[in-house]
Unconditional design. Structure first.
Length: 390
């Protein structure tokens, strides 16, 4: 009875979400190397220092960047060259009724020249947006918030598919349970093509189950983070200070504090936070201004960060009064946030460098094969049932 019930849901849900998982797996195997591939396709992201010349201050280029994009205003910029060899900026339109042509700009930190720009993810701009487009396809089908919801639900249902799949492999619970279940873990290639496909699908599913569960769970946590937090809220704690910063009645496009003052205040608040919480600051990461809430956020990479490609330790403060609003410490502050940081880092391959990204890329290929073999088994069963009815 349990086998039929598990098989039914494993099959129905597997077919229903198969295309979404296939898209996520194929795109994920590519974006595991997002930054290196993107830089290869867009060499204007790379800047080489002149001998004896130091890097410029990224804040000194804001006016030039804004002049280069009509109707645009800088809202985020990188503060470190550790993982990027050019200063990196994102812009937002001054008026939502007037979209801007490009929202991402790269500036040479040594010559101060604007090296390249694009509207991130807009494939209509050509090859320079191929990697960002694949990235958007991965988590949202490039359909915005609706796509994020669809892919998040697909990840949640994928967890059900995986649980049903492993449940189907369980023999009857008796004294020979272990010896009987051990057979499901043995690699066997017997019978016709369908039988071999079934055995491979089942056995490989068991061997790769921990990794598949991790990817499915982390996908759900990243896309449907509010639901994920509510589900875990009874057993885990999350930092909610920044979420409680209310939006203003009208966006504050021109805060009293300029970028230079904001960075100084961010540095001071971060130093105070590091002393209070007992962590070490490794390097600056980025600074951002949120006009909807009227706050700056200043981020560093600290000893509480586990991801190596960016810093997530952040302080938030008012853009007019400089009043402290909130902070976020990635790990060892709240158990739920620590878990989420590990899930995000493991999902994105941003913890252990190149070996981590290679494993993720291979896992994307493996997941693709699982989906295709599942489709094949479903089609063969459907074809067999249709013949039996004739």
């Amino acid at each position: 009875m349990k086998e039929r019930f598990s098989f039914k849901w494993h099959s129905i849900l597997g077919v229903a979400i198969g295309v979404f998982i296939l898209i996520a797996a194929l795109s994920g195997s590519v974006i595991a190397f997002y930054h290196s591939l993107d830089a290869k396709m867009n060499p204007w992201q790379i800047s080489s220092p002149n001998q004896g010349q130091g890097a410029s201050d990224p804040l000194s280029h804001i006016a030039k960047v804004e002049q280069s994009v009509a109707g645009g205003k800088v809202v985020w910029m990188s503060l470190s060259l550790s993982h990027e060899s050019s200063w990196h900026y994102f812009l937002a339109p001054l008026s939502m009724a007037k979209p801007i042509a490009n929202n991402e700009v790269y500036v040479d930190p040594y010559s101060s020249d604007i090296k390249g720009m694009r509207s991130w993810g807009d494939i209509m701009q050509g090859w320079k947006n191929l990697l960002p487009f694949i990235y958007k396809l991965h988590y949202s089908l490039s359909l915005g918030s609706i796509g994020v919801l669809v892919m998040g639900l697909a990840a949640l249902l994928w967890l059900v598919v995986l649980v049903c799949g492993v449940w189907m492999t369980f023999p009857k619970w008796n004294s020979s349970f272990v010896s009987q279940w051990r057979k499901s873990w043995k690699w066997r290639f017997k019978g016709d093509l369908r039988s071999k496909n079934y055995l491979l699908h089942k056995t490989a599913g068991l061997w790769f189950l921990p990794l598949l569960l991790l990817i499915a769970w982390s996908s759900f946590a990243l896309n449907l983070h509010d639901l994920h937090e509510r589900l875990l809220g009874s057993v885990m704690h999350f930092q909610t200070e920044s979420d409680k910063i209310k939006e203003l009645k009208r966006p504050r496009l021109k805060p009293t504090l300029g970028w230079l003052e904001a960075r100084d205040i961010g540095r001071s608040l971060m130093q105070e936070l590091s002393i209070k919480e007992g962590f070490e600051i490794y390097e600056e990461s980025s600074i951002m201004y949120d006009a909807l809430r009227g706050v700056y956020s200043y981020s560093v990479r600290s000893s509480r960060d586990i991801q190596i490609d960016h810093g997530g330790t952040t302080v938030y403060f008012d853009g007019n009064s400089a009043a402290y609003k909130a902070s976020f410490i990635p790990t060892k502050k709240a158990s739920g946030d620590t878990l989420k940081q590990w899930l995000e880092g493991l999902h994105k391959g941003s913890i252990w460098g190149l070996p981590h990204r290679i494993i993720l890329s291979i896992l994307g290929v493996v997941t693709t094969l699982f989906v295709l073999s599942g489709f094949y088994l479903w089609w063969k069963r459907k074809h067999k049932l249709s013949l039996a009815k004739k």
